[in-house]
Design a protein around this ligand. Structure first.
Ligand code: ZN
Length: 178
């Protein structure tokens, strides 16, 4: 299947207007809280996420926060939907599929690579073709979640540090909310 330029996918039907969103941290959210990956302190699910990470660790050794999900034991495939994007796993993401800013990312193919596998001594080697994503990068997986959550939290601007494809990806997703 040939990949399509992201602009062809820009009006995906899963994109909704700002008035239809719900905020993470409500009863519909799967994120119960955020926890610092270094010191373990917890923050409420509706905390304003910025680039500064854990407030307690900020001055000494900046650390990211990780979400704590309502049902971390569930297998990702158990409740997957027929969606044609990674939002088929919305039950494992911090935002509802109905609120997603999606360009059709994910569901990229695994391509068999028997000749390379033979050289490397890896039987049944397969290569995940992430070039099939809307901006030809696996960074689209990040961008769809980041922009969806940012919009749900009322953000009007997103920014990232990037040496290339992450910035291009975020730029493709950021205009979608309107
Ligand atoms: Zn901390």
């Amino acid at each position: 299947m040939p990949s399509r330029p992201f602009r062809d996918l820009a009006h995906n039907s899963s994109v909704h207007s700002l008035g239809e969103i719900s905020r993470p941290g409500t009863e519909e959210s799967r994120v119960l809280e955020f926890v610092c990956i270094r010191c373990g302190v917890s923050y409420p699910a509706d905390i304003t996420i910025d680039s500064k990470g854990c407030a307690r660790c900020r001055e000494t050794a900046p650390a990211n926060l990780r979400p704590v999900y309502a049902d971390p034991a569930a297998h990702p495939l158990e409740s997957a939907t027929p969606s044609r994007s990674l939002w088929r796993f919305a039950h494992m993401l911090p935002c509802n599929a109905a609120d997603a800013v999606s360009l059709g990312e994910g569901l990229t193919p695994l391509l068999a690579a028997p000749r390379i596998g033979a050289v490397l001594g890896v039987p049944n080697l397969a290569i995940k073709d992430e070039g099939r994503n809307p901006t030809w990068s696996h960074k689209d997986r990040f961008s769809t979640v980041a922009v969806s959550v940012a919009r749900a939290r009322g953000a009007t601007t997103v920014a990232t540090a990037s040496s290339g494809n992450a910035g291009a990806s975020l730029a493709a997703y950021a205009p979608e909310p309107g």
